[in-house]
Design a protein around this ligand. Sequence first.
Ligand SMILES: NC(=O)c1ccc[n+]([C@@H]2O[C@H](COP(=O)([O-])OP(=O)(O)OC[C@H]3O[C@@H](n4cnc5c(N)ncnc54)[C@H](OP(=O)(O)O)[C@@H]3O)[C@@H](O)[C@H]2O)c1
Length: 295
Amino acid sequence: MKAAGARVLLTGASGGIGQAAATALVAAGASVMLVGRSPAQLATQARALLRESASAAVKPQVEWYAADLTRTSSVAGLAELAAGWGCDVVVHNAGVPGFGRLEALDANEIAQVLHLNLFVPMLLTQALLPHLRALPQARIVFVGSVLGRLGLPGYSVYSASKFGLRGFAECLRRELGDTGIGVQYLGPRSTRTAFNSDAVVHYNRATRTSVDDPQVAARALLDLLQSGAPERFLGFPEKLAVRLNGLVPAWLDSAFAKHRASLPPLEVPAALSLECPPSPAATDVDTHSLMHSTP
Ligand SMILES: NC(=O)c1ccc[n+]([C@@H]2O[C@H](COP(=O)([O-])OP(=O)(O)OC[C@H]3O[C@@H](n4cnc5c(N)ncnc54)[C@H](OP(=O)(O)O)[C@@H]3O)[C@@H](O)[C@H]2O)c1
């Protein structure tokens, strides 16, 4: 499928990879509907994209839609608008991170990651399928991650969302095999955006993990769209690790001691911390038993 003339619904358009992807798509002649949460930011981004494409022979359309996609009504509203606009490519790129030892993540954070990274793409795809099925040719692209095929310490919940997304994409590609809808999965490796906290930056440095600029992921997205390949993972040795992990996952189990050691330490709850000044109510007996329960 050619990017020129495509009408792309792009979620997460205001983020690091999303902005680079929108720029690359518009430069290639695609029209885009930008989706994020901040109307002011999306309006500014849309104006800049239109300015940059002012001299293009065929002027692309740039629309935007601001909504929190974790609200089910927003997903339905977006699908209706995108269908009316004639979108023929959907890029599911909105996502939130979840980094840290499992015990350090609270239930809300876990639910947020699974909801936005997995449940929202499922619902938005479902809502758009009647429209996409009626087109001679359409594409659904899921922006996953290398961590959607390779589990690393510290990424249990995030990886679960991206492994899930990959499984969803694979099933859907086969389910829609007799239609004009192609389904693709892009697996970027770590990318320099606001997505990654200081703790992730430290982890990446300590484990010598390479980090790409968002333009690398954006170019890969454009190439994937135009190539029609089912999936693509970025970076070496990540690609090799993904393949090995698919074939013999147990071989890799002992390869991540440095990653484990680079995780933020588990915070000892204040009540158990030995460095906490004893509370006025604490007795010698309490302190003694707490010291024994501290690892
Ligand atoms: N950065 C990496 O290292 C990396 C590596 C591999 C894969 N990825 C994947 O690439 C995708 C983009 O990542 P990024 O690095 O560009 O992240 P980012 O800069 O943090 O951008 C995230 C995007 O998601 C949107 N978003 C977040 N919560 C939302 C919600 N509730 N409703 C609607 N939109 C919401 C944000 O909108 P607002 O601007 O309104 O917040 C923003 O546009 C994600 O799916 C991520 O998992 C990232």
